[in-house]
Design a protein around this ligand. Structure first.
Ligand SMILES: [Zn+2]
Length: 269
């Protein structure tokens, strides 16, 4: 399938994405029209807010069950979607310390809500919609019967979650051990984070834009070829399970493997 236009939806609460830079990156890589739009979550009406809130996951060990939001949760969702004040005591990805404390959404359910916000005439095969969000998208895995965080939901529209980039690929055992040790001793966690900063991506990390390029390529490849990922670490399509692999494939190696570069050239040159 060919793509004649890509529409990128910005996430203004994460300026480190550098959406204009990403637009240029795609235009240089594949010769197609790229346009930037506002975030679809902003200014969502009450009905949409309710639909988004219904996508929340409360039990990571059960498949999706529609949630019935309370008034408080609806109010929270409204503020979260508009990037205004977040209610005290509620953990958004940036303030949460553990994945279990973070608000999680079913990635496919939220994708369906977002699709309903796109004008019908733009829901055509050759227009690819890629939506950035700070919400943590998750999918239920039938192999181990639990939800996992995902940085990218490949479909049309595709979703790229900045919280997923931080939370989905695992951090090293050594880091987790040091954090556990510091917690039990009541010592400073920030200094440990600093010590390991070259091994993982953090919230509002200046490397976010570069990492996002890889996830953009995965969403694009999925829609071009039906396959998003590559087995090789020496390729930006690698579906990293570990943070150190993510940083290696996207920053250190920073290219497509030969096979996938050829796929792209055949399609676009
Ligand atoms: Zn590859």
């Amino acid at each position: 399938m060919n793509i004649s236009k890509i529409i990128l939806y910005d996430e203004p609460s994460v300026p480190e994405i550098q959406i204009n830079k990403l637009k240029k990156f795609i235009s240089d890589y594949i010769h197609t029209d790229v346009i930037i739009r506002n975030n679809l979550f902003n200014n969502a009406n009450e009905k949409i807010i309710e639909k988004i809130s219904k996508c929340r996951i409360f039990d990571i060990k059960s498949p999706f069950k529609e949630h019935n939001p309370t008034e408080e949760e609806l109010q929270f969702e409204k503020e979260y979607c508009n990037n205004t004040k977040i209610m005290e005591g509620t953990k958004t990805p940036e303030t949460a310390k553990q994945i279990s404390e973070i608000i999680m959404y079913d990635g496919f359910e939220i994708r369906n809500v977002l699709e309903s916000l796109i004008p019908k005439e733009e829901l055509v095969n050759d227009v690819l919609h890629i939506i950035f969000t700070n919400k943590l998208t998750c999918t239920y895995d039938q192999n181990d019967f639990r939800y996992h965080g995902r940085a990218v939901i490949c479909s049309n529209p595709s979703i790229i979650s900045t919280a997923g980039m931080v939370e989905a690929p695992g951090k090293s055992r050594e880091y987790c051990f040091d954090i556990m040790k510091a917690k039990s001793l009541g010592s400073d966690l920030e200094s440990i984070k600093k010590q390991y900063q070259n091994e993982f991506l953090d919230y509002h990390d200046e490397r976010t834009s570069k990492i996002a390029e890889g996830y953009l390529l995965q969403a694009i490849f999925y829609n071009l070829t039906g396959e998003a990922f590559c087995e090789s670490l020496d390729c930006r399509l690698n579906n990293a399970h570990w943070q150190k692999d993510l940083l290696y494939s996207q920053l250190e190696f920073g290219k497509l493997c030969e096979k996938h570069q050829l796929v792209l050239e055949k399609l676009y040159l």
